[in-house]
Structure formats: C-alpha cells, structure tokens
Design a binder for this molecule. Structure first.
Ligand code: 26W
Length: 821
C-alpha cells in the first residue's frame, strides 16, 4: 500500500478522477455539472493534498521513531506563491491530473490560475525561505519552517494615474486547500506582567515572569513535498486567538460587548504582514508578532525534545535553529528563559546550550534595516526578557573586558544596549552573541559584514564564527515549473537529472556551438517572450513585439536597487531616438523596458520612482516615432506567480544596486538560469555568478564597493558632478515633457543637491556604455545564444540544494534522513 502512496502518486488517471469527483461531491458538496474552475481547482488540490498528507505523516513518524537531529528555520516571512503546480510536479502527478480534468472539460492550466498566491513575505528574504523549505524536503533533511499565518499577505498593488495604491490581500477567502488546521496544538503566550522574585526550596534566589495578558497561538500546518523523494516536511504557521472566550469579570459586570471585543484584539497580532522591506519601523505590534511566533515555536520544539526523555545537555545534538535575519532573535532570550526560569538549569550551562543551538543569517548591511527595540518598550511588554538581555550583555562585556582590558570605547561599541535616548537593544548584536555561527548570503556580503558592521565582533570572537553561505534558488519552481519549455529542451540533450542535481547542467556546454540547438534555444525564449507579451497586453493594453530586446528589472522598489538609474537611462535613450531620422532609428536595437515591484507604503522616494516610470511609459508608448523602437511598461502587482511568467522572458535583466548594498540578490540567479543575460554592478551574488559563468557572459559596470565610501565623502564636501548626459535627462524632465516636473523635484534633488547617496551620477555614463554594448551584441543572435547556453550550463552552483547542504555541514551538523519508498 505504501508503495502506491509513497510519492503521493496516483496509480492512473482513473484513480485521480475518483478522488477528484469525491472531493467535488463531498468536500465541496457540489456536482460535476455545477463545478466551475475554482471548485475544480479546489477538488484537484484536495486530491493531491490527501496524498501529500499520507507521505507527510509517514515522514514525521519516521523522524520521531529514529529520533534524528532536526532543523528549524525561523522566518517571519515565507513567500510561497502557488502550491498546486509545484505539488503535482514534485509528486509527479501532473500528467494524470491534466488528463483527468480534461475528461471533465477543464484545462489544468486554468485551474492552476485559480489559486491565490500565498504571499506571506516582502521580497528576497521571504522567497529565500520558500526555496529553502523546498530544498530541505528534496534533500531529505528533517527540517521544519516556523512562521506566522498572516491573514493579509503583502498588499496588492494597483497603479492609478501612475501612482501605487495599496489594497489588502485577504488570501483566505475560499480557505486554503493546503492548510491542515491544528486547533489542538496551541500555546498560551504572555505579554506585559511583572517579574516575581522568590527563593526556592534549596534557598536559591529565582525570578519568574507572571501576571500578564494571555493570547493563544494556534498552529496550522502546510505540507512541503520534496522532489523525487517520499520526504514531506512541515511548515508550521501560528495564528493568534483569544485565550478564553470571554472576560468573565467584565461579563458579570454587564459589559458584554467590550468583554468580547477586547478578546478580539488578540487576533490582530497575526493579522497582517508588515510591508517594509529593508526598513525597521520599531512598532510595538511588530514586537508582539515576533514574540508570539518565537515563543510558540520554542514551546513546540522544547515539548518535542522533552518527549525523547534525553538530558538537557543533548539539546543541541538534537536541535538546530536558524534565525532568518534578526526578526526571531528573541528566540535566544526565550530559550534561555525556559532553561533558567522554568527548567532551573544553571545560567552558564543553559547559555552554552543556547549558543550551540542557534545560527544567525544576516541579509542586509543597510543601517535603516537593522532592528533595534526601545528599552522602555521591551521593559513594558517583556519585562523578564529585558532582564535576561541585560544579563547576557553583562557576561558578554565581562568577556570582552578580559580580552581587551581598558578599552571603554570598544565596550560601548559592542554593547547590546545602545546608549541613546531612549536606550535601544541592538538585535543583530544579540543574535551574534547568542549564536555559534553567523553567516552572510554571498561572498562579497559576508566579507563586507566582517569589515564593517560586525568588525568589532570579529576582533572579539575571531574570524571563524563568521562564515559565508551563498544563497540559492530551487530549480524545481524556477526552471522546471516556471519554464517547462526550456526544461524539456535541456532534458532532450542531457536527461532530466538536473532538476534534482543542478550541477548536471554542465553537460549542456558541449551543445553551445550547435547551431540547430541554438535555434531551438532561441525559439523557447521567443515563446516565453510571447507569453509575457500576452500578459502585458491583457493587463495594460500595451502591445510588445517579442522580437525586440526585453530588458527587465523586477524587485522591490528601493533607492539602493536603483530603478531610478534604469529609468533615467531609458529617458536618455528616448531623447536620443527622438533626435534621429527614421532611417537612423531603424538601425537601433528595438527595446522593451519592463519594470515591476512594490514600494513600501510609506516610502515616498520609491513611490516617486514608480510614478516616473509610469509617466515615461505613457509618453513613450503613445509616441508614434517609438512604435518600432521603444516601449516602457510597469507590470502591476509583481508577485511570485507573475515572476514565473516574467523571469523566463528576459533577454537582459538588471541587477544594478550601488556596490556593497545588495547582500546577494536571488532573481539574478533565476534570470540567468532561464537563459537571460544580465547587466549588473559588482555587488552581491553578481560577483560569484561572474566567476561561474565567465566575465564575457555578463555586462558589469560601475564603481566598486570599496570606492563607495570615498565617493560619498567627495559628494558631501565637493558637491555632486552631474555629467552632460544625465543633465540632458534632468533638463528633459524639467521641461515638463512628462507632465508636472514638480512631482520629480525631490528625486532629482536627492541626486544633484542631496549628496547622491546611491551614486547614480557616478555610474550613469558607465551604465549607458554597458547598455550600448548590449544593443550591439544582441544583433548577433548566434553569439547571443551561445553566451546564453554557456551561462545556463555553469549555473549549477546556485541551486538552493547546494545552499542547504552548506548550512547542514557548516552550521547545523545534520544528516539527511530519507524515508524509504
Ligand atoms: C525590519 C524590517 C526588515 C524587513 C526585511 C529588514 C530587513 C528585511 C530583509 C532582511 C530584507 C531582505 O529581504 N533582504 C534580502 O535578502 C535576500 C535573501 O538573502 C538577498 O538576496 C537580498 O540581497 C537582500 O536584500
């Protein structure tokens, strides 16, 4: 029986249909005659889900029985996207499902489209967590994700009159077929209250937290299937609920309505994802989210450990916990509190276990993104945790003092508590002190954090605590699922093993000069550009020509990512083209510039950049002179499922952050894996991509990370030199050609008179130069195809399977534990 269920596979089409019909008729209480695409999607999902659940149970039982070491990935964001297509591919049930629903008059592709994205994340960090749970499962690691079950994911973006407008993303309207409610798994979480001091039976002075408000965290599980394995892991997300139905004191006092509504407030804790990417807003509700999630997860982890009846000293031999940025750093404090206050372990013994258990991943060096919590807020909300933080800090500073006597400056620099008004707890420092390994997410970034923000800690701990684990992406979603045409073409030459072992792509290189293969390769690209053109047409009415060069920049809108550099470059090209005769214009490489991405709702400058892109689009797309030369499009509401259409369609994608600011980037990897070339700065993982694919296959430009500081200094004291070409663009905007120039004043001033922090003026000419080379190279289709094939064949390193194995060996010390089929 197990054989049949092991991979969630259906024996045949009929078996799938039986399950499908059963769900239509019973779970959905409908009939096949009254079944629309949405209902059919739900029935198909539940049929696939049932099989996953069987394998999921078996996996969990096996891990419990063998009592192997488990990994817990704590992330406040999991940007999963859609589940059905991925689940069918990972369990190899897609063919039966396609044929099965076809007999009932449905197209599987239409059903897949019915699923709302699970958009519980902002950008890179959240999508990385989603790739990592896929790889943990596929590589057979016993690894769970822990996060929050937001009812509202990242907002939906509407563009109205060129401006971003946010709309709530209530993704659970029709429930989620992929969710297993676990109402029986709940943890009561306390906030506020006070610390009681007492002396225990042995005369030891102890402290204990009590008397606060209680909110209940309730679990929901989302099965995570591996590819080509019977292993199905778990993503456990917590919801906040009222701890009791009623406040009886108020109820008895006759204040019934208020007693209910106050309890309802508990639910707001997990209601909505904070939409800030790389920006710390320091709000109390966010701190409540973090504590509820961390406390519930640790309670769960410790409960599971206790069932094994092992002694506490074996805790880190059984459990590894990875902190995805500083958002879960309170977990360090909470575990120490459990050990010392509740389990009554001696401080030092407890602390050694804590440090052995945790690893911390840093994803950003931007100062405005580094989390700090005001001490008064911590004192009020988590009084016992603040005391523990003080103690951790005290012991740490004593250690530093012993190593570097009489260096008061150093002590104040590394103290967890920043001596500001009010005092603030620096969470990155706490995360470093409470973890045995700290990693950056690409080589350049890992080097940079050692030289800059964490320099003093390298002096204290030595360099070995700080390591690099270069990010990766799952080849399942980002090649096999998103681009089946390319996946099939590759498989026709080298077999399909690369989906599981991406390094097998290297066998493709020998076909790079094969002209027939080059033609097929470019044909796939063309098809995917047609598909993107269809999306753009249906959403904005703009018609794109798939023969033109598609230049794409999709990511969160942020000044450091420099969408402004891109759009200013587009304006420059427009001005140039306008000055040409029709004959001259015809000789130029025709281009499509496509943008997509969300701005944080309160980020004025990013919103101005969106408005500028849309205003350029309006002028350019309606200018008959440009019809065969240039189009500019902003794709509304960029998300994971749109990325699956956009990414396979690039000829060129842009990864042009100011050097030293983008920790890694992961879409750069996705674009190259799909045969697009990239224009980029020497930043983040672009550096390693260049090393792997060769510098002839990438268009690099701009100043280097180690020059940035000097240049900023020059800007500050000598002013910013806006070159001739950029000035032309400024003049064009100020002429009113795009509409009211007032709208862009702040954006242009931030460059010309505001110190140009992101070096737009310094990199502008080099950027245009690189684009010029691209225009030239794109005309030689054979050479372009060759570069594209060679690049793809050398991308094996960037699989998230490799990244996960690096974590497993370098930080977690865990082994794969495959479930037999
Ligand atoms: C406290 C507010 C906040 C929210 C999110 C601060 C910081 C974040 C994230 C860490 C920002 C983020 O997503 N960073 C991105 O992480 C990716 C995965 O490692 C990298 O590829 C990106 O370069 C990095 O910007």
């Amino acid at each position: 029986i197990w054989k049949k269920f092991s991979l969630g596979e259906f024996g045949d089409k009929q078996e799938f249909q039986q399950e499908f019909v059963r769900h239509v008729e019973t779970s959905l209480a409908r009939s096949l005659y009254n079944c629309d695409d949405l209902a059919a999607y739900q029935a198909a999902s539940q049929a696939v889900r049932d099989r996953l659940v069987v394998a999921w149970n078996r996996t969990q039982q096996k891990h419990t029985l063998t009592d192997t070491k488990r990994v817990y990935y704590l992330s406040l964001e999991f940007l999963m996207g859609r589940a059905l297509d991925n689940a069918m591919l990972n369990t190899r049930t897609k063919q039966y499902a396609r044929e099965g629903v076809k007999d009932f008059g449905f197209r599987l592709e239409d059903l897949i489209e019915q699923e709302p994205d699970a958009a519980l994340g902002n950008g890179g960090l959240g999508r990385l967590a989603a790739c990592f749970v896929d790889s943990l499962a596929s590589e057979n690691y016993p690894g769970w994700g822990y996060g929050l079950r937001y009812e509202y994911g990242i907002f939906k973006q509407k563009i109205i009159d060129g401006y971003q407008v946010e709309q709530p993303d209530y993704w659970l309207t029709y429930g989620s077929s992929w969710e297993i409610p676990r109402n029986e798994i709940s943890v009561d979480i306390m906030f506020y209250g006070y610390v009681r001091h007492y002396t225990d039976d042995e005369g030891v002075h102890r402290r204990c937290w009590e008397g606060g408000d209680v909110v209940r965290a309730v679990a929901s599980d989302f099965p995570v299937p591996g590819y080509g394995t019977a292993n199905v892991n778990n993503l456990r997300l917590w919801s906040s609920k009222p701890a009791q139905e009623f406040d009886f004191a108020k109820f008895n006092a006759g204040d019934y309505i208020n007693s209910v509504s106050e309890q309802q407030r508990a639910e707001t804790i997990s209601a909505v994802l904070y939409p800030n990417d790389n920006f710390d807003s320091g709000k109390e509700l966010r701190l409540k989210q973090q504590y509820l999630w961390v406390a519930a997860s640790l309670n769960d982890i410790v409960r599971r450990f206790k069932k094994s009846k092992r002694p506490w000293r074996e805790f880190p031999e059984q459990i590894a916990i990875q902190l995805n940025d500083t958002h879960p750093t309170l977990a360090i404090v909470e575990l120490q509190r459990i050990f010392v206050d509740l389990e009554q372990l001696p401080w030092k013994e407890a602390w050694d276990l804590v440090v052995e258990t945790f690893g911390y991943t840093n994803h950003t060096v931007l100062p405005e993104a580094l989390e700090k919590w005001p001490v008064p807020m911590l004192e009020n909300l988590l009084p016992r945790h603040l005391e523990i933080i003080y103690d951790i800090n005290l012991y740490f500073l004593q250690e530093v003092e012993a190593k570097f006597p009489n260096d008061r400056e150093l002590l104040s620099r590394v103290s967890i508590i920043e001596e500001s008004q009010p005092q603030q707890a620096r969470m990155a420092y706490l995360a470093i002190i409470g973890s045995h390994k700290v990693n950056g997410v690409a080589e350049l970034h890992s080097d940079l954090i050692k030289k800059t923000i964490f320099k003093d800690f390298v002096a204290v701990y030595g360099g070995d605590k700080f390591i690099n684990v270069t990010n990766g992406i799952t080849p399942r979603r980002w090649l096999h699922q998103a681009n089946p045409e390319l996946s099939d073409l590759i498989a026709s030459k080298i077999g399909s093993g690369f989906v599981k072992d991406l390094s097998e792509l290297r066998h493709l290189e020998k076909f790079a000069d094969d002209e027939d293969f080059q033609r097929q390769w470019m044909l796939v690209k063309h098809k995917r550009k047609e598909k993107l053109a269809a999306l753009v047409k249906s959403q904005s009415g703009v018609v794109l020509n798939p023969d033109h060069l598609f230049d794409i920049q999709v990511k969160r809108i942020h000044e450091y990512k420099r969408q402004q550099l891109n759009i200013l470059g587009v304006i420059h090209r427009y001005v140039e083209l306008k000055q040409m005769s029709p004959e001259e214009r015809r000789k130029m490489t025709p281009r499509v510039s496509l943008f997509g991405g969300k701005s944080a709702p309160g980020y004025y400058m990013a919103k101005t950049i969106i408005k500028l892109i849309n205003d350029v689009g309006k002028v350019v797309n309606n200018d008959p002179d440009m019809f065969d030369s240039l189009k500019v499009v902003f794709v509304e509401d960029y998300n994971v499922s749109k990325a699956e259409i956009i990414i396979p369609a690039s000829d060129i994608s842009e990864h042009i952050s100011t050097a030293g600011t983008e920790a890694s980037g992961t879409s750069n990897m996705k674009f190259v894996l799909n045969g697009g070339l990239i224009i980029g700065t020497v930043d983040g993982a672009n550096v390693e991509i260049t090393r792997e694919i060769g510098e002839d296959n990438i268009y690099l430009f701009g100043h280097l990370a180690d020059e940035v500081e000097d240049i900023r200094h020059k800007h500050k004291y000598g002013g910013v030199q806006v070159g001739k070409k950029l000035q032309q663009v400024f003049d064009f905007i100020q002429s009113g050609a795009l509409g009211d120039p007032e709208i862009y004043t702040s954006l242009l001033h931030s460059i010309k008179y505001g110190g140009d922090y992101y070096l737009v003026s310094d990199d502008f000419d080099a950027y245009l130069e690189a684009q010029h080379t691209i225009n030239h190279d794109f005309k030689d289709t054979k050479e372009w195809a060759r570069k594209s094939i060679v690049s793809v064949s050398r991308m094996g390193f960037f699989s998230s399977d490799r990244a996960i194995r690096d974590y497993a060996e370098g930080i977690w010390n865990v082994e794969p534990s495959p479930v037999e089929e």
